[in-house]
Design a protein around this ligand. Structure first.
Ligand code: SIN
Ligand code: CO
Length: 387
């Protein structure tokens, strides 16, 4: 699956240079031959599932009355006649719908580890989730119907919020630009830009491609937890042997602390933590299990040269090179050491997410790559599709 080379007429290089993490941009007809990815009733169906994160927001008059309900939804939720406009928002649609997974994979012109998920919303005319800001970049793509987006000021943690108990809505919204989006149009928003969307039609569906933006505090906390778990409880802090008053914590004591931390901050430790953290499944409750396959079955599929091998929906892969010519493949939060003979396969999977079976023989040509493919397949993280 190849990352997009253009958004509408705009080459990705121009987008990255002029807009990414800088300023909003609206791109009309961002996709050639736009087709909607999921129908409204399928989206409602997904929100009934236990493993799917969803919310329903009802715009009941004044903001303080707006109602938020968390999923899983029930049939009764959708059977109910609602006097007020409402929005259903479903997270992680890419974990369940192959076309949604393919769609967000197009956005891997940004490093794959940064991609978070595809959220899809369905709104009735007049509905919206209110003025707010997000701390991550987002591409908002109109799927069906029309929505009016308004962008506003740059916000931060000090921006005042309304006193709604559950929804983080901005007290002030200073209008900057207005965009009416039609199916296939895209609005990119960098982090912290105030925005609000209102459905101009019924059956208004918006796709939000969201990115991860771990805070520095998440990074430091995550590394500390990871390193802490790796270290033996037998390793203990020594005190400085320099003479010092009994009540003092000396500069030498602080230097000892710094030394312990510095010893652990190797690139190897950092990438190990980062690879595991960024490939952890968004949805750990999903069952990825697949019928186990053996070498003989694999050989016969490769011989038939038919269909594709796909990375399963929502499965996260990334790799990093090791000094010996091999690499570490991170898959769903695990680190798998791959010898040099298996690197072609690991790279093809993590970079392309799909391999034509007719080309599979080129990357699965020895025991190490065969073994890797079987391990990943038998976890349910790869599957063969006869498309
Ligand atoms: C929506 O799809 O209605 C909300 C998306 C957002 O503003 O984050
Ligand atoms: Co938002």
């Amino acid at each position: 699956m190849h990352p997009l080379t253009h958004l509408g007429n705009m080459p990705i290089a121009d987008f990255l240079r002029d807009y990414w993490q800088q300023k909003p941009v609206c791109i009309r007809n961002a996709f050639t031959d736009w087709q909607s990815i999921i129908a409204a009733d399928e989206l409602a169906g997904l929100s009934l599932e236990e493993t799917v994160e969803s919310r329903l927001i009802e715009n009941d008059g004044v903001i303080s009355n707006w109602r938020l309900q968390h999923g899983p939804m029930t049939d009764e939720v959708f059977a109910k006649q609602r006097p007020y406009p409402w929005t259903l928002l479903v997270q992680g649609v890419d974990n369940f719908v192959p076309e949604a997974f393919d769609f967000i994979s197009g956005f891997r012109f940004i490093p794959g580890w940064r991609l978070d998920d595809l959220m899809v919303s369905y709104a009735t005319k007049g509905a919206g989730v209110g003025a707010h800001y997000d701390r991550y970049d987002v591409f908002l793509i109109q799927g069906e119907g029309q929505r009016r987006w308004q962008t506003g000021q740059l916000c931060n943690s000090d921006s005042s919020l309304t006193d709604h108990k559950e929804l983080c809505l901005l007290q002030d919204f200073q209008l900057d630009q207005t965009f009416d989006l039609e199916p296939g149009d895209l609005l990119y928003l960098p982090p912290l830009v105030a925005h609000k969307g209102v459905a101009l039609t019924d059956n208004c569906m918006t796709y939000s491609v969201g990115f991860r933006a771990p805070s520095h505090s998440d990074v430091i906390g995550g590394i500390a937890d990871y390193l802490g778990q790796e270290l033996s409880a037998d390793k203990r802090l020594k005190n400085s042997l320099q003479a010092q008053p009994a009540g003092e914590i000396s500069a030498a004591d602080v230097a000892n602390l710094r030394e312990i931390i510095a010893q652990q901050l190797t690139d190897e430790n950092l990438v190990q933590w980062f690879g595991c953290m960024t490939t952890e499944p968004k949805n750990p409750d999903l069952d990825w299990s697949e019928e186990a396959m053996d070498e003989a079955e694999l050989a016969s599929i490769i011989k038939d040269a038919y269909g594709v091998l796909r990375v399963a929906e929502g499965v996260r892969l990334a790799y990093t090179w090791q000094g010996d010519g091999g690499l570490t493949l991170f898959a769903q939060g695990d680190a798998i050491a791959c010898p040099p003979e298996a690197t072609d396969l690991a790279m093809a999977l993590a970079n392309d997410l799909i391999i034509d079976v007719e080309n599979l023989g080129i990357v699965v040509k020895n025991e190490a790559s065969q073994a890797l493919l079987l391990v990943l397949h038998n976890q349910g993280w790869l599957y063969f599709d006869d498309e």
